[in-house]
Design a protein around this ligand. Structure first.
Ligand code: IMP
Ligand code: MG
Length: 184
């Protein structure tokens, strides 16, 4: 899917495919430096983090394993419910592991703050967070995010894994939606 396929549904492109890949390359280099010889367990948060996980992981040189969790804090709309539920748990025991949570976006920060505590309580040796995007609200929650791709304004974004009602995840870039798409 590309900008052409979106027609008038696309408002703006915030980050092109090239910009995203360049930033992920920098984040991967930072991660390689920080973890040195540590074995990393990358934990992708389904479904939004699929693209970030695929591209970021392939730029990391350190030894790693991947696992996935599905949590829900959002319905099909654009507002956070603040309620976190585990829909799919990890297949790995994280006890003693260096866990790096991979996310698409941090908005209220509720999901991540809950998830980080949850994995720490399971005895992980360390739990860090990497996210492609971060909204201003996240600053209000006391959650330490080690790797941030881009800080963005408080606007709903789609593409590169991010959806609106499960659509637009397969866009290679991150963009905003025209208001008529929201049922206006
Ligand atoms: P939080 O708990 O408010 O930080 O919500 C995080 C989750 O909400 C993300 O992992 C996304 O799945 C979803 N989300 C938050 N903002 C957006 C957005 O602008 N577009 C698409 N999904 C979003
Ligand atoms: Mg997500």
């Amino acid at each position: 899917m590309d900008a052409k396929d979106m027609g008038s549904d696309l408002k703006d492109i915030l980050f092109t495919e090239e910009q995203i890949h360049a930033r992920l390359e920098e984040m991967a280099a930072e991660i390689d430096r920080d973890y040195e010889d540590k074995d990393i367990l990358l934990v992708g948060v389904l479904r939004g983090a699929v693209m970030v996980m695929a591209d970021l992981s392939r730029k990391i040189h350190a030894s790693l394993q991947m696992d996935w969790m599905a949590v829900s804090s959002y319905g099909s709309g654009t507002k956070s419910s603040g309620v976190v539920r585990i829909l799919k748990d990890l297949d790995n025991d994280v006890h003693g592991r260096h866990v790096l949570i991979v996310e698409d976006i941090i908005d209220s920060g509720l999901t991540l703050s809950w998830l980080k505590t949850n994995l720490e309580n399971r005895g992980a040796a360390s739990v860090r967070i990497a996210t492609l995007l971060r909204k201003p609200e996240a600053a209000k929650v006391d959650v330490d995010v080690s790797y941030v791709g881009f800080d963005i304004p408080n606007e709903f974004v789609i593409g590169y894994g991010l959806d609106y009602a499960e659509r637009y995840r397969h866009l290679p870039f991150v963009g905003t939606l025209a208001s008529h798409v929201y049922g206006g």
